[in-house]
Ligand binder design. Sequence first.
Ligand SMILES: *Cc1c(COP(=O)(O)O)cnc(C)c1O
Length: 233
Amino acid sequence: MKTIAERLKSASDSIRQLCQTVNLPPDQVALLAVSKTKPIEDIRCAYEAGQRLFGENYVQEGVEKIQALDDLTDIQWHFIGPLQSNKTRAVATHFDWMQSLDRIKIAKRLNDQRPEDKPPLQVLIQINISHDQRKSGLENDTELFALAEQIAALPNLNLRGLMAIPAAGLDDAQQLAVFIRMRRLFDGLRARFPQADTLSMGMSGDMHNAIKAGSTMVRLGTAIFGARSNAAQ
Ligand SMILES: *Cc1c(COP(=O)(O)O)cnc(C)c1O
């Protein structure tokens, strides 16, 4: 079995090669290691191998890990799961990035609850690019621009771009088409909000098409930490 360090190395190599294939600079795409359901020791292993960006889906689990690893001061923690309004304070207090923002109510709470001694929370707006009923996210660009304007007015949030999770079960061509639509939406956003520099799309199974379409951050769980147990998604 491969170690976490070996898997990180091969994931980074693949990302670099994919960048080359589409004529992007090799460091164009950031790697977020998605450590949900995985133990603290796995995160330490990845950290020791040089990984600094980590993503968590569940508030309670994420906060426990952040606190247990607070000696690793240069980790950047990304919240990537659905967020209910009664849990915003924990995210505002402990995380550096929030990738799944899709309503103004949550944005305002995060803004109000962000501690004064921390830099603004870096946020991505989640787009429901496949119009999947079971996924959160905005459905069209009118909604997107309205929310982006409102977020831009909040001093403790910094709008950095977009995130999406395509529906499962798409074939290769459909997947690529969805990612290309996301890239167009992102380019439109960037034209109005130049600080938006991050397009978070691509997971272990589809990062190839995501990078081809212009992703700037892939979120890899299985490819780095191995399969998750069936009990947890
Ligand atoms: C679990 C998860 C990932 C990682 O998925 P893998 O297929 O294991 O790479 C990425 N993004 C989000 C939002 C997730 O919930």
